[in-house]
Ligand binder design. Structure first.
Ligand SMILES: [Ca+2]
Length: 461
């Protein structure tokens, strides 16, 4: 006689299994459809150069619409006050000095022609490429002049544009008199105005990759000198140094603004073209668009050039670590995901890497990043964690902690302390009134600086 069967209760397992399968399917679906990422970086565009940031002369309807439909950031900072440092920060999520003191400033096309972002640095393009994204870089690289340091060696499937810090917008000749217009790793001259050419390549990239996730990195040359609008004449020719004459043909150096206005409006049209294309292909609701600038604008340059850019209410300009040098216009837009508005949350170009990586589903774990994921701010309006921010130029140190800003000459001869909440224009040095805070911030900067120097040693060639 067989033993009686044990009483059988309905097993919860099938239900659990259903839930697990459902969750996996949902997760799988999410993994199969990560959002497209479009990062448009203007060059030397000041905080006050766009209509949506208060400019009353430049017509920027497309960027104004992007801001009206997205989140406009009023306390967003570039990793440097010049081109190369910020590009290193954007692409790697780490302070530029992580890679050495050459990133205290812009990489020179003569003295630093062999230097660039180390290939050992992990870029967001490499991370996204490994996760199945198509990756395209169209624009100004300025992280290495030699093809073995180009975007194609740093995770980008395709590159069109210029390697150096500035090329003629019509003849595409760099400051040293070399042709500087590339397709991947080969010189590949093209005719056309730089902003329009880059836009055309970006459009082709989106068209070709619209059925898969893509990362479009569009670092425009505009509005860096030479100050040439689409209707201004070409200036540079091959075989001559333009170092002493690098600004373009400016009939009235006292008033550069009309040329810059044409460049800004061309840049604005490019943004309009990209946004319109995303909309027409039904990609708008699965694409995060971020627009920012690599540093503040020039108000004046040298003895002659005046009335160039606007940094709004902020003190200083490009190359300086007062706010005008590194507080930059920044817009994030994703219809249906980002609630339109304005935020004064403190954010930084280091934050773009972790933000994009999280959206692509990457687990960063112990990855050595200096930024924070902006997702909670962008998608839920949550505050970001408090953290100090640091800058280092060839001559100056700066630090931000809450409303406090330290600006010190690295020769040790001067240190200023400002309270941006009460004194946004950095006009009243409070270092004598708050010596303890000054010392504390200087010590924190010194500690950060030591960490940078130690890390940089690990990236030596
Ligand atoms: Ca720049």
């Amino acid at each position: 006689m067989l033993p009686p069967l044990p009483s059988v209760k309905p097993s919860p397992l099938p239900v659990l299994r259903f839930v697990v399968v459902f969750l996996l399917a949902a997760a799988g679906f999410a993994r199969a459809e990560p959002p497209n990422l479009v990062l448009i970086v203007a060059d030397d565009l000041g905080y006050g150069d766009l209509g949506c940031y208060g400019n009353e002369s430049n017509e920027t309807p497309h960027l104004d619409a992007l801001a009206a439909n997205g989140l406009r950031l009023t306390d967003f900072h570039s990793g440097g006050a010049m081109c190369s440092p910020t590009r290193a920060s954007i692409l790697t999520g780490r302070y530029p000095q992580t890679y050495g003191e050459q990133f205290d400033g812009a990489l020179s096309g003569t003295a630093q022609r062999e230097e660039g972002l180390p290939l050992a640095a992990v870029t967001i393009a490499e991370l996204l490429h490994d996760r199945g994204y198509a990756t395209g870089c169209f624009g100004k690289w300025h992280l290495g002049y030699q093809p073995d340091l180009f975007p194609t060696r740093q995770g980008f499937d395709v590159f069109r544009g210029l390697a150096s810090g500035d090329g003629d917008y019509h003849s595409h000749i760099d400051r040293s008199g070399n042709p500087d217009w590339w397709s991947d790793e080969a010189l590949s001259p093209e005719e056309g105005y730089t902003t329009d050419l880059l836009t055309r390549h970006a459009v082709a990239f989106i068209e070709a990759n619209r059925d898969r996730p893509f990362f479009l990195y569009l670092p425009h040359l505009a509005i860096h000198f030479p100050w040439q609008g689409p209707d201004d004449p070409p200036h540079r020719r091959i075989g001559k140094s333009w170092q002493e004459d690098k600004w373009g043909i400016i009939p009235d150096p006292g008033n550069v603004a009309p040329h810059v206005k044409a460049m800004i409006e061309s840049l604005d049209a490019s943004v309009g073209t990209i946004v319109d294309l995303l909309r027409r292909h039904g990609l708008e609701r699965n694409t995060l668009v971020v627009f920012t600038s690599d540093n503040g604008g020039y108000l004046t340059y040298g003895k002659h050039f005046r009335n160039i850019s606007s940094n709004g209410p902020w003190r200083g300009q490009k190359t300086e670590v007062y706010e005008g040098g590194h507080r930059v216009p920044t817009i994030a837009s994703w219809p249906g995901r980002i609630e339109p508005g304005v935020t004064d949350a403190l954010a930084h170009t280091n934050d773009l890497f972790p933000t994009f990586a999280a959206l692509a589903g990457a687990r960063l774990g112990e990855a050595p990043l200096d930024g924070t994921d902006l997702g909670p701010l962008l998608f839920s309006g949550k505050p970001l964690p408090d953290r100090p921010l640091f800058w280092r130029s060839r001559t100056h140190a700066a630090m931000r902690e809450g409303p406090w800003k330290l600006v010190a000459n690295r020769n040790g001869k001067s240190a200023e302390l400002f309270h941006l909440g009460n004194d946004p224009g950095e006009t009243s040095d409070l270092s004598r009134e708050h010596p303890d805070r000054l010392r504390k911030m200087q010590a924190a900067w010194d500690q950060w600086n030591r960490r940078m120097n130690q890390t940089a040693e690990t990236f030596l060639p």
